[in-house]
Design a protein around this ligand. Structure first.
Ligand SMILES: [Zn+2]
Length: 461
């Protein structure tokens, strides 16, 4: 039976809608802690029915009943990407759940390491509610305001798992959510901007790269009717220059939403600009050398997800983001924890001879400057290879249709070379090469071949 016709399931959804969407605005800090303890106990008990976790719990010598709350979380072993891959498919789902009722999604292939896992329908609904929470924060309603969502609807992604394979066959989405326009971030930005221009949304949610392209196109005169009140940017680090360029071009306010395939949404910026964690849906820890970092210090994020009956995510250590937590509260009064800064992925880092590790937040601005300073989107693709501590190679694919318009290829190359030279220091040789395509099948777009085991990190930038 279609679960959306099942009254028990519908009842669960309605209850969740009223209880979950704005929980952080109503709940006290104490009540949130009790809720987190209870959710953790539930998810650990459930994980005990999943072969992967049964095995790792046994190896660590713990029983699900040993975990009474967040205070016991550190007793659980970390779960790695390899653990999940090794037990896929049968070993990452509960013996109590019919695997046919689950939906398979996988992490993005751009890093070269694809990880398949399962979500259930309640997970999908929670994902939707979490996104609605960010929309509510800006006084928008999915029933009243026109909302454009530019998702990653490539066949394998979480978004197509959620929307195309999860919700669409059960609801008629376009009929149900008349005010939501669904667009695909893998489409040509020119096609996307035409569609948005017709729809005239009050709110646009999309990936940083696509939003940057749209801003550039808007500046050239396309999309003249697009003037959203808010734009939500997600997917990668948004540097402040690109953010203000987008705000100026669209005459709007841009805020950030942070999430990952494995965990769902993790955080979002409130109206005051503070970065709040979705502390009722996920519990991130921030560790350096295995110990929690101080407020304001950068640490590796370990994530635990509270909801769903697909693949449990408990102390998962492979989102690979470096994030600084922040102690304190925000004047908006939301319960839960704050973060100070998201630095980006530490498996996409470059290493300087002085111990400084450059994370994506440090060099993404070199590329975004191509947009807002040189006004060009001629660079179609790029790959950055650090061969050793003193040599860096940048491969660039130029868009043939744009080759002769705007700044010359030489000018762009010099701009990139200088950008990386400034970041890496004068003792590094930076080479720029034009290539017909970049090979991302063997690994991510940013590869550092230096020996990380013997590298001593002094700071993250
Ligand atoms: Zn706030």
């Amino acid at each position: 039976m279609n679960p959306f016709y099942n009254p028990v399931f519908l009842g669960k959804i309605l209850k969740r809608y009223f209880v979950d969407v704005d929980r952080l605005d109503r709940i006290s800090e104490d009540a949130l802690h009790r809720y987190q303890d209870q959710q953790l106990r539930r998810v650990v008990r459930f994980a005990g029915t999943v072969p992967l976790y049964r095995e790792t719990f046994k190896m660590a010598g713990i029983q699900p009943s040993d975990i009474k709350g967040i205070g016991d979380l550190h007793k659980l072993p970390f779960v790695t990407k390899e653990d999940l891959k090794r037990h896929y498919p049968g070993g990452i789902v509960s013996s109590q759940v019919n695997k046919e009722s689950l939906i398979e999604v996988s992490t993005s292939g751009t890093t070269g390491k694809v990880l398949p896992l399962y979500v259930d329908l309640l997970d999908i609904v929670m994902g939707l509610f979490a996104y609605m929470r960010t929309i509510h924060e800006y006084d928008m309603s999915i029933w009243k305001n026109r909302i454009t969502i530019i998702g990653d609807f490539a066949p394998h992604t979480a978004e197509s798992g959620y929307v195309t394979r999860g919700l669409q066959p059960r609801f008629n989405l376009t009929k149900m959510f008349k005010n939501i326009q669904w667009l695909n971030t893998n489409d040509d930005p020119k096609k996307v901007i035409v569609a948005i221009n017709e729809f005239q949304p009050e709110f646009i949610g999309g990936y940083v790269g696509m939003l940057g392209h749209l801003a550039l196109l808007k500046e050239t005169g396309l999309g003249e009717n697009i003037s959203p009140q808010y734009v939500a940017a997600t997917g990668s680090v948004l540097d402040s220059y690109l953010k203000s360029y987008m705000e100026k071009t669209f005459q709007t306010k841009v805020f950030e939403v942070y999430g990952a395939t494995e965990s769902g949404l993790i955080g979002y910026q409130c109206k005051q600009g503070s970065y709040h964690l979705m502390s009722d849906l996920v519990y991130p820890e921030f560790l350096r050398n295995g110990h929690p970092v101080e407020s304001g210090d950068a640490g590796e994020m370990i994530i635990t997800k509270f909801h769903g009956r697909g693949t449990p995510i408990l102390r998962y250590n492979a989102i690979n983001d470096i994030v600084a937590p922040l102690q304190g509260t925000c004047s908006c009064g939301k319960a839960g924890s704050l973060i100070k800064k998201i630095y980006g992925r530490n498996d996409l880092a470059l290493y300087r001879s002085d111990g400084t590790v450059l994370l994506p937040s440090a060099f993404s601005e070199i590329y975004s400057k191509l947009l807002y300073e040189l006004r060009t989107n001629k660079v179609r693709n790029t790959k950055i290879i650090q061969h050793d501590i003193s040599s860096l190679e940048i491969q660039v694919v130029i868009d043939e249709t744009l080759r002769t318009t705007g700044p010359s290829v030489e000018e762009i190359f010099e701009f990139l070379r200088k950008g990386f030279q400034d970041k890496m220091g004068s003792d590094v040789t930076v080479t720029i090469k034009e290539t017909a395509s970049v090979d991302t099948s063997q690994g991510p777009r940013i590869v550092s071949l230096i020996d990380k085991k013997n590298y001593v990190i002094s700071r993250y930038v």
